[in-house]
Design a protein around this ligand. Sequence first.
Ligand SMILES: Cc1cc2nc3c(=O)[nH]c(=O)nc-3n(C[C@H](O)[C@H](O)[C@H](O)COP(=O)(O)OP(=O)(O)OC[C@H]3O[C@@H](n4cnc5c(N)ncnc54)[C@H](O)[C@@H]3O)c2cc1C
Length: 395
Amino acid sequence: MKIRTQVGIIGAGPAGLMLSHLLYLQGVESVILEAASREHIESRIRAGVLEQGTVDLLMETGVGERLRREGMFHEGIELRFGGQTHRIDFCELTGGKGVAIYAQHEVVKDLVAARLTANGQIVFEAANVQLRGLDGARAEISFEKDGLLQELSCDFIAGCDGFHGVSRPSIPEGVITSYEQAYPFAWLGILAQARPSSVELIYAYHDRGFALHSMRSPQISRLYLQCAPDEDLSAWPDERIWTELQRRFTLAADWNLNEGPILQKSVTGMRSFVAEPMQFAKLFLAGDSAHIVPPTGAKGLNLAIADVRVLADGFKQFYESGSTELLNRYSEICLRRVWKVQRFSWWMTSLLHRHVSNNPFEERRQLAELDYVTSSRAAAQTLAENYVGLPREPY
Ligand SMILES: Cc1cc2nc3c(=O)[nH]c(=O)nc-3n(C[C@H](O)[C@H](O)[C@H](O)COP(=O)(O)OP(=O)(O)OC[C@H]3O[C@@H](n4cnc5c(N)ncnc54)[C@H](O)[C@@H]3O)c2cc1C
């Protein structure tokens, strides 16, 4: 069976779904092909921090109703080190901006619901997706659904299929240059049925390694511990995890980390990655398919949304005027933000993690940097404006 559409989108993560939603609002047709089931993508535990710009976009485009009701709006974070805690006041430092805590799978649920209510087409469990004719007159995507081979013919393809997807590898060899950095540590993350122990996120630097206190709802805590990239989860029974978290967060005084049943455990590796350019002929890469950041700056989802805003504007211009001027500059426009976000994510990671190879000089330097960030308004403001999200630049 052959289907035609204007924009074929591969992947129903935040990037693919938001792009399809924005295109719908602009009167541009799209079809999303997603390898996983609806249940799977709507329950996958990933990110949870939304920048101010992401929150505003979800609200402005009519998919922020539940976010408005159930999201937790934060005006700052705590940095803990040397037995003391320091608050970075985003709201005061950025002229009123903040972040929202709202789980990525809730954003995905809201966007899937919006697309399906508007009769948008999402093909779940699309197998063996293959891209062809990227530099021809029409791009083709073949896939299998319920064992039947199908073809989607489109003007353009948006590769929103994450780091391990099929889009980036479909670009001919030699077109893309990859920039990559691995980190010698990972995060052991848990989701726990425990009331958050603080109203805001706590980033802790400790002799035993980094720890992050976050949350997904008023009843669910999300906590992370710095660990080795090849950490064996079976060596971490629940009790050991809680003991280690208590050590890394607890201050001498009366602060207490709430504990509860652990609902999920995982080890997440850390990587910085950028593919340049983010376009080849009719294929545009967006989100994790083009770049990965270490999670310390809470930027992956937000960067995916920033990409598709530019891409949607490019398609709008094309379908309204026939001009490809903006589409031709898509990669250049996105990469400016991508590299600034890479820089911030790398900096937050370097600032807060314990580096095994550090010599005593490096340790003192790292503590001095934490001291500087928490005692200089200029330094705190730099952290704050990046964390809440850099403003969109005109293009
Ligand atoms: C533990 C963890 C914590 C994180 N915390 C944060 C945070 O706090 N803040 C933040 O901003 N970011 C965070 N991130 C990063 C964030 O989750 C990602 O950057 C985000 O999911 C990127 O969205 P995306 O749409 O580009 O890709 P994805 O969400 O990966 O979506 C890609 C989709 O494509 C589908 N797909 C893949 N291959 C194919 C194929 N061949 N055919 C069809 N479909 C395919 C996948 O099933 C998936 O649904 C975190 C990530 C992890 C792992």
